[in-house]
Design a protein around this ligand. Structure first.
Ligand code: ADP
Length: 474
């Protein structure tokens, strides 16, 4: 089933991105139009007001020089000249009575506003009004001004250019906005599809992987953008999952193999004793060997549990002040008989005391594993040297042996669970010692590294921080 069929278009990211894009684009265009509209209308009104004020000052001058009659005549002539539908003049007394006017046949619906006259007389400033006349499209701009203390002029002008602008603006607005919304939706859809198509490639790869093909990888375009970053992270995650799955598979194979041998031995001993055993001592021998094999199995299972708990941090460490030198000396004493039996010389080069915070029993276990290996994989006559070096922040314990060494091919794998190098299979062991040692070191915020040359020897170095931060405990 294809992606597009599975996700309904209305729920798709591309659809929502397009909606957002078109929405934002439309709102911004609308705001731009609104600003433009406000600016133009205020400019038109300002121009009209200036014309009206100019008319008032012309009448004031005429009144002062030639008297009221001249002004009245001039008003009639000017109204005729401009067009009786364009402009009108009314001369009022202070109580609002009309005593003269131009031709008012077209303007008879316009009343005298007493509030405006009161405001004019109170503040002595011209009063402007914009009024709409019922049944007419254009508005009228009206000015009340004092020509002389006893004469008020009411002048009105049809706001034709304003109405024309409004008409034109409405048409342009509707056409342009329709075009812009369609354009924004088209561009938004195109851009969203482009962005989302690359995410779809990743989703398709994920689907193929969930169908079982873990070898698939998302193509990286090499542009270094967010999609490339996502693809890279996704591929890295797949690499990691693949490596983990391989590790788990090998681990289960090894585990099955390691479990099979002791169980087969237990079964074999029990079968032989049952079929041919007569004496009590034979049954006692069977019980003893069963206990021995069970102990080995239990040891293996416990070690595995400890690795996984230490590794995942579930098992909280019991943090105390630890003297590492003391632990190293104890381990040397513990392994002295084994070393003597094998004729391996173990030497210690350690300071008097080495303090750090950590889990004593875990660190004991880690160092014992490393020392056990060093003695185990060193032939007779060889040497094992342990050094402890303390610095400000960390303690380094190195186990240097002159043993069989590890090949370059095996080196990266020896810390894996159940991994054993071929040449070591003759030795006792289950391949969990180094895994546990490294898990313990890491749980303490440190690590274990190794340098080795086949047939010459190995150096295992455990580095532990002196103080364990709370973060590394879990
Ligand atoms: P085990 O010792 O039980 O086999 P480990 O996990 O302790 O398991 O070690 C894994 C493998 O690493 C060993 O089987 C061995 O091949 C190799 N190895 C570990 N320590 C040494 C060493 N000091 N010298 C040589 N090989 C070593």
């Amino acid at each position: 089933m294809s992606l597009r069929r599975r996700i309904s278009p209305r729920n798709s990211l591309a659809f929502r991105l397009t909606l957002w894009y078109a929405g934002i684009f439309t709102v911004s265009s609308f705001i731009a139009f609104l600003l433009f509209y406000t600016l133009i209308t205020s400019l038109i009104i300002e121009r009209t007001d200036q014309d009206l004020l100019g008319q008032v000052s012309r009448f004031s001058i005429l009144l002062a020089s030639e008297g009221v009659e001249a002004v009245k005549d001039s008003a009639v002539i000017e109204a005729e000249a401009a067009g009786v539908k364009e402009v009108f003049f009314r001369f009022l007394s202070v109580n609002g009575q009309v005593f003269s006017s131009s031709n008012m046949s077209y303007w008879k619906d316009i009343d005298i506003d007493e509030t405006a006259i009161k405001a004019l007389l109170r503040e002595n400033n011209p009063v402007f009004q914009t009024i709409a006349i019922a049944g007419r499209s254009e508005k009228v701009r009206i000015l009340y001004a004092v020509l002389r203390p006893s004469i008020i002029l009411q002048v009105g002008v049809a706001m034709e250019s304003y109405s024309r602008f409004l008409d034109a603006f409405q048409k342009i607005f509707v056409t342009t906005m329709t075009f812009l919304i369609i354009l924004a939706a088209g561009v938004g859809w195109f851009m969203a599809r482009r962005a989302v198509s690359e995410v779809e490639v990743i989703t398709r790869t994920a689907q193929k992987i969930s169908g079982g093909s873990l070898d698939e990888r998302v193509p990286v375009k090499g542009r270094g953008d967010e999609i490339d970053q996502l693809a890279n992270t996704f591929n890295q995650m797949l690499d990691r999952i693949q490596a983990l799955l391989t590790e788990i598979k090998e681990m289960s194979d090894n585990m099955a193999h390691d479990l099979r041998s002791p169980i087969t031995r237990i079964r074999g001993v029990a079968e032989v004793t049952l079929t041919s055993g007569k004496a009590l001592s034979e049954y006692e021998g069977m019980a003893a060997s069963t206990i021995e094999e069970c102990d080995r199995l239990l040891d293996m299972i416990n070690t595995m549990l400890m690795i996984s708990k230490t590794g995942s941090g579930v098992d909280k460490l019991c943090i105390k002040d630890v003297d590492l030198t003391g632990i190293v000396r104890q381990a040397c004493e513990l392994f002295e008989p084994t070393a003597e039996d094998k004729e391996v010389n173990v030497s210690c080069d350690v300071p008097d005391r080495t303090h750090l915070t950590g889990d004593t029993s875990m660190i004991q276990r880690m160092l014992s594993n490393l020392l056990d290996n060093a003695i185990k994989y060193t032939p007779s006559g060889g040497t094992v040297n342990i050094t402890v070096i303390e610095s400000n922040a960390q303690v380094v314990v190195a186990f240097k042996d002159t043993g069989v060494g590890i090949s370059q091919a095996d080196l990266p794998r020896i810390f894996e669970r159940f991994y054993r190098c071929d040449q070591s299979r003759s030795q006792a062991g289950i391949g969990l010692g180094l895994s546990l040692a490294r898990a313990i070191a890491r749980a303490h915020g440190g690590d274990i590294t190794v340098i080795s040359t086949p047939n010459q020897g190995s150096i295992f170095t455990a580095t532990l921080p002196k103080s364990l931060s709370s973060q590394t405990q879990l």
